[in-house]
Design a binder for this molecule. Structure first.
Ligand code: HEC
Length: 178
């Protein structure tokens, strides 16, 4: 008889476990480096808590993707080409945002990278001191990831989510501290 008793609490705890996951935003979403599984104040994150985009069925993009489109085209496209497509001088960042780890992407932008020798002269500047880049790095990364995943077509996104108060506040304090 003692074999039956523990079965009841076990069933209860298993069903409670499922009730718990059902509360998550999208428990069935794949745990890859692209798919948003949760959002917080207008920002979207993967299962690994890395920033990512969110594009609704009607084409409405999250604020970070929209903002990243603008920031990318003011700070990066001169070398990396329009829409993250790359140029003869610098690589296609829409691919880098997918292939590079988020932290590796940040590291290159912050500290720069050089390949300067007799055969090559390739310089990625360090942007660590540039608030117009550093305060919008997640925006740029998110936009490029949307491009690289094939989800976001070329051109200015027509519809966007509103800018959240939290994003506005973070922007203000980031720019103010520089
Ligand atoms: C002055 C030209 C120039 C500008 C402006 C520039 N980059 Fe670069 N970037 C380069 C070059 C050249 C490389 C390749 C460096 C190398 O050979 O290692 C590069 C490499 C990178 C890489 C590494 C890519 C990979 O797949 O390894 C990242 C990430 C990157 N840039 C991000 C940015 C971002 C974001 C901006 C805008 C804020 C930006 N870059 C602006 C020239 C530039």
């Amino acid at each position: 008889m003692t074999r039956i008793r523990p079965a009841i609490p076990l069933i209860l705890s298993v069903s409670m476990l499922f009730a718990g996951t059902a509360g998550a935003e999208d428990a069935s979403a794949p745990k890859d480096n692209i798919t948003a599984v949760r959002s917080e104040n207008g920002r979207y994150y993967t299962a690994d808590d890395v920033p990512t985009f969110n594009i609704a069925k009607d084409g409405t993009v999250d604020w970070m993707t929209y903002s990243g489109f603008r920031r990318y085209h003011s700070e990066c496209h001169v070398c990396h080409g329009p829409e993250g497509e790359g140029s003869s001088y610098a690589p296609a960042l829409k691919n880098s945002a997918i292939n590079l780890d988020y932290y590796a992407f940040l590291e290159v932008v912050t500290n720069g990278r050089k390949k300067v020798n007799t055969a090559e002269h390739s310089v990625m500047p360090a942007f660590g001191e540039n608030a117009n880049v550093m305060c919008y790095l997640d925006d740029i990364y998110t936009y490029l990831k949307a491009r690289g995943s094939g989800t976001l077509p070329r051109g200015r996104p027509a519809k966007k989510e509103a800018k959240s108060d939290a994003i506005r506040e973070a922007e203000k304090s980031c720019l103010g501290s520089n």
